[in-house]
Design a protein around this ligand. Structure first.
Ligand code: F6R
Length: 356
């Protein structure tokens, strides 16, 4: 029930710190993060992971790729489920297929699962719904523990997906001796606190939405590296609930075409959470501002500069999507409200897409 909340989406965004804390508990044993042995065996046995997902779950998969590659040394490909069948990639010798799906019912993803099972390859579903179709039909399941997500726009499930992917990759890296040296449990707890402080300052995001999006026809989200993965999720959230045409793309791609669309007043949301690319994205901000863009700079503490619009709490560089997604969700939410859109049930959309 949404209780005193005007919308499920708002309630679900508020639940996000709790979701991260719940995930830490659910995957903790004797103070250590763990995943079930058969799942760990399936991951360590694979020479390449193929992540299959749609929409927001696909965006979480893009982050998950970096986690498995950096924390566990396993190469990963991420595929949009509806496209996978048309041009199946050449598979490695020991592939593992990971399906990321909040509902566990997405037909596009299931269709790939059926095909992969026919071929006899191992499968793992990461889902929020125990007993869902993709959970039942895969060899293994990792649960998101996010609680029911009712609003059509996915929020807490994305945060949960990123957290669970981080845990799976981290535990794998520990088991294979390829781990990078950090305490994920502690860093996730710090991220939960960071999310908390963002949801506790909603008025700032409401103001940003009013300033940048009240009358906007379109909007851009730019970032590099993990911030690029996140920019696509920011754009999707804005599109689906506010109906503002939005695009997320890599900062370096601006000059290859998109910059032609920048006009006087075009809102551009620039993400600055990755130290090694901060300079590059700041350069992109200058380029769009020089062409009249209304730039909203969202920077992580420690990377901020005078004139930035929003500073978010500092977290481990790999975990920034977990925290930086939250202001983007809130900005979309308030943009939709300011434009009198039906936040929980946007036009033309269903919560789970059970047709191909
Ligand atoms: C976006 C959204 C959709 C879903 C997509 C996949 O907010 O809700 O893009 O992420 O339909 O759904 P699941 O994760 O249930 O497979």
């Amino acid at each position: 029930e949404k209780g005193t909340y005007p919308h499920y989406m708002l309630k679900e965004m508020d639940e996000q710190p709790g979701v991260v804390r719940k995930i830490i508990q659910a995957y903790e044993q004797d103070e250590e993060l763990v995943i079930e042995q058969p799942i760990l065996d399936a991951i360590t046995a694979s020479d390449r992971i193929y992540i299959i997902a749609a929409g927001t779950s696909y965006h979480a998969g893009l982050v998950g790729k970096q986690y498995f590659e950096k924390m566990a040394g396993i190469p990963v490909e991420v595929h949009i489920s509806s496209e996978f069948g048309y041009n199946m990639p050449l598979l490695s010798e020991k592939p593992l297929f990971i399906f990321i799906t909040q509902s566990g019912e997405t037909a596009d993803s299931r269709q790939v699962l059926v095909k992969i099972k026919d071929l006899g390859y191992p499968t793992l579903t990461i889902t929020n719904v125990q007993g869902s179709t993709l959970s039942r039909e895969a060899d293994h399941t990792l649960l998101l523990h996010a609680g029911p997500e009712i609003a059509v726009a996915s929020t807490k499930a994305y945060v949960a997906q990123v957290a669970v992917l981080a845990i799976a990759a981290y535990v794998t890296g520990k088991a294979t001796g390829k781990a990078i040296d950090f305490d994920l449990k502690q860093e996730l707890a710090i991220a939960a606190n960071g999310i908390q402080s963002i949801v506790d300052s909603k008025d700032v995001m409401e103001e940003i939405a009013a300033d940048y999006l009240k009358t906007a026809r379109n909007a851009f989200f730019i970032g590099r590296n993990l911030d690029f993965c996140l920019s696509m999720e920011g754009a999707l959230k804005l599109k689906e609930i506010s109906y503002i045409q939005a695009e997320g793309f890599a900062g370096g791609e601006l000059k290859h075409g998109t910059i032609a669309l920048i006009e006087e007043g075009t809102p551009v949301f620039a993400l600055v959470t990755q130290e090694q690319v901060a300079l590059g994205i700041r350069g992109n901000v200058k380029e769009v501002v020089a062409r009249g863009a209304n730039a909203c700079i969202i920077a992580m503490e420690g990377l901020e500069e005078d004139g930035d619009t929003l500073i978010i709490p500092r977290v481990h560089t790999l975990l920034t999507p977990l925290v930086a997604v939250v202001p983007l969700q809130l900005i979309s939410y308030y943009a939709a409200l300011h434009r009198d859109c039906d936040v929980d049930k946007p036009r033309n959309l269903a919560k789970s897409v059970t047709v191909e």
